[in-house]
Design a protein around this ligand. Sequence first.
Ligand SMILES: [Zn+2]
Length: 336
Amino acid sequence: MPAFAIGVDLGGTNLRVAAVDESGKLLEKVTSGTEVAKGRDHVIDAMTTVIRDIASKFASVGPLAGIGVGVPGIIDMRTGMLRESPNLPGWHDYPVQDEIEKRLKAPVVLENDANAAALGEKWLGAARDWPSMCMLTLGTGVGGGIVLDGQVWRGMTGMAAELGHICVDPNGPPCGCGSRGCVEQYASATAVKRMAMEMIASGQAPELERAAKGNVEFSAKVVYQMAVQGDAAAQQIFQQVGWALGIVIADLVNIFNAPMYVIGGGVSSAWEAFAPTMLGELRKRSFVYAATTPGEIHGQTGATIVTRALLGSDAGLYGAARLPLAAAARRAVRTA
Ligand SMILES: [Zn+2]
């Protein structure tokens, strides 16, 4: 049985590589910048060098199961191609899986980064005791992942679970995906900042305006701090976040009746500011949730739980490492 795997989180800004053993213990984690400007071959070379170093360091632990790589964007699981990634310009239709396998001569599994994060939370985080879960990652955009009976739901080609592009307002702000009013336009860090700028421009947010003026660091985090301090405009923005999330989670609960919905990513730190509106909206909009609200039914069995992620930015790394470990376990069962 393989004893460890390498998980990679290939972001547009950071490249993170970790060795994780089969029990989920983190053996080592290396973070470096992704030098996207130097081109994809350079990035893959730099990545494989780090992977090779870590893999040889832990060779005494046991055999390497393989390498799991989480990438932002649309991937084709059947071919291991990255079809489209807004954060990795120039990687259009690039055979990431082949390029890494060629250099390392080890099995590589490619996965969407939000799916990898969902798998990480399912394996070792908030959803570890539940067989099925949905996850929303609130970062620069909104990522989604669905795990059903322990398996990531990938759809036909690996493009499933684009939960960030579920529409909450058909006439809402235009989205990068081509649609309008996607939840990403209300619940991402980018959206929180945009909503703040809109309120400032309309003259409804004098305190936010003061905080934003000349502040290059003005961000979703600052808006959250102001909401905590009691600023009504900032609080209103996070109510919008909660409203949009409540609508989307109501849809998910009605579709899946899964026991666990996990919210991660940077904006999830503002939980206190958006959760009351989110849960209220969810209850109003999903009769399945209303029938399974925790605390109103007996015990935890049969309850629908909506909660914060536990693994922070490491969720995707753990999930990526989990993929080759699970594949190796399946191979072992077949050959036994
Ligand atoms: Zn969209």
